[in-house]
Design a protein around this ligand. Structure first.
Ligand code: NAD
Length: 483
């Protein structure tokens, strides 16, 4: 056991219990294939108890807290997370396989989300509306009630921060379903929340498979809002299940995010962003930049310089803290290798590859980061989300073609544009169909303040920033006729 707490429990009404099934599931360390811990195989009965506990919390100590008090608890949670950032980073590195420094950045991002939403909790409010003579009309911003949060394995801490953090700030009581591939930091987060004084039932955690725990949470009639982050296929299932109960859903799904490099770009600045945005977290990032569109005049130069960086990339165990860790699972490794196989079979040019260190354990899920050059915008590798350290480079000529290729996928999560031409920066920002557009940068350091979410199949609804607080609350209109 690597965690300093019991990992095989569900958290319901402030109590860590064995799941109703009495069964556990293995968590595998993707750096070497060993069993890391066992987690609870939660299911419908646990979800039902968790939703009940959340409902009770709303009429108990949690529901009675003022917005300022809620903010203080969240801020205290944030401080504790920051204090324990090294411990959390180690757990995340072992569980997800991400290099330690990336895991540490995630822990600090979780702390920052809690700090931000702690500070924001008492700053979101309704309005008064000028109306007919004799009336006073006001709006109250209220929590939905019980909110469900289904999160994936790739960035557990960040996604919990932006969804559970914002939901708690608005006074909702939450049920969290972490991913079965990686959930140690979700459990650690819940222990920290208890230590920081979050009242029982405000946060309930039910680990388990998607089919058992996730499906039960999506279909539960006692849930008033669902936040789902994961694949398009599962998101559609969650939305369909929620629709039966007319429950609103926020979907944060996949992407095939482009960075568009014009010939006038400052390539020295762009180069590290172009590559890092594709290989961070072994490419298992919803906003990974997996398509690099390059104007023909600088195409060969950009490919050569990216390839040079690829050749220097070192892949190895998460705790070795190299450039790239293993894929999260053998299944994910297989998916990525299949795409690399397609590139080779179709005769695409492999411009550069990273190397797996010699002492990487044989049981680890390692793949070599792969840069594929001269890909057509409609090739499978340029259309489908691979979710691995594979980038394709696509040539274009002029702004119009760049926009057509950039917008020519099912997705629309994030886009980057590299150009020194001010007019073009604004035209591109407007023309790109994407939830976020970054000009002469990519990701802006992850900013918790910046609303995030997709268009098209990348999802709908916004998390992060103040926008999330609006999403995790509802407006009530009160009209008083007083004469
Ligand atoms: P996934 O959809 O398989 O799993 C995500 C979560 O859904 C897990 O907790 C899983 O247990 C649960 N789940 C699975 N089946 C379910 C069901 N039938 N009902 C309810 N819940 C169910 O996704 P994944 O493969 O773990 O994650 C990778 C995907 O997530 C990628 O497509 C990636 O782009 C996307 N993602 C998006 C964002 C974003 O913010 N847009 C962030 C991270 C990951």
């Amino acid at each position: 056991m690597t965690a300093a707490f019991a990992t095989d429990r569900v958290l319901i009404a402030g109590e860590w219990r064995a799941p109703a099934s009495g069964e556990t599931l293995p968590l595998v360390n993707p750096s070497d294939g060993s069993e890391l811990a066992r987690i609870a195989a939660g299911g419908a009965r646990d979800v039902d108890a968790a939703v009940g506990a959340a409902e009770e919390a709303l009429s108990g100590a949690w529901g009675r807290m003022t917005a300022t008090e809620r903010g203080r608890v969240l801020s205290a949670m944030g401080r504790l997370v920051a204090e324990k950032a090294d411990e959390l980073a180690r757990l995340e590195a072992l569980d997800v396989g991400k290099p330690l420094k990336q895991a540490k950045a995630d822990a600090l991002a979780l702390a920052r989300y809690l700090e931000f939403y702690g500070g924001a909790a008492d700053k979101v409010h309704g309005e008064t509306i000028p109306y007919l003579d004799g009336y006073t009309v006001l709006t109250l911003r209220e929590p939905h009630g019980v909110t469900g949060h289904i999160v994936p394995w790739n960035y557990p801490m960040q996604i919990i921060g932006r969804s559970v953090g914002a939901a708690l700030a608005m006074g909702n009581a939450t049920v969290l379903k972490p991913a079965e591939e990686a959930c140690l930091t979700a459990l650690a987060f819940a222990y920290i929340a208890q230590e920081a004084g979050l009242p029982a039932g405000a946060l309930n955690v039910v680990p388990g498979t998607g089919e058992a725990a996730g499906a039960a949470l999506s279909a539960h009639r006692g849930v008033h809002h669902l936040s789902f982050t994961g694949s398009v296929a599962t998101g559609a299932l969650v939305q369909a299940a929620a629709a039966k109960n007319a429950v609103p859903v926020t979907l944060e799904l996949g992407g095939k995010s482009p960075q568009v490099v014009f010939a006038d770009a400052d390539l020295d600045v762009a180069l590290p962003f172009l590559v890092n945005a594709g290989i961070q977290n072994a490419g298992q990032t919803c906003s990974a930049s997996s398509r690099i569109l390059v104007e023909r005049a600088v195409f060969d130069e950009v490919v050569a310089r990216m390839a040079e960086r690829y050749r220097a990339l070192k892949v190895g165990p998460a705790l070795a803290d190299l450039d790239v860790g293993p894929m999260v699972s053998a299944r994910q490794k297989e998916i990525v290798e299949r795409y690399i196989g397609i590139a080779r079979a179709d005769g695409l040019a492999i411009a550069g590859e990273g190397g797996i260190v010699a002492d990487a354990p044989a049981g680890g899920c390692y793949v070599r980061p792969t840069l594929v050059a001269n890909v057509s915008g409609d090739h499978r590798l340029a259309q489908e989300e691979i979710f691995g350290p594979v980038q394709v480079v696509i040539p274009f000529e002029g702004e119009e073609e760049a926009v057509r290729i950039a917008n020519g996928t099912d997705f629309g999560l994030v886009a980057g544009v590299w150009t020194r031409d001010g007019g073009r920066q604004l035209r591109m920002a407007r023309a790109l169909k994407s939830g976020q557009v970054f000009i002469n940068n990519y990701g802006a350091g992850g900013g918790v303040e910046l609303p995030f979410g997709g268009v098209k199949r990348s999802g709908h609804g916004r998390e992060k920033g103040f926008e999330a607080l609006y999403g995790f609350s509802v407006l009530k209109t009160v009209a008083i006729l007083h004469g």
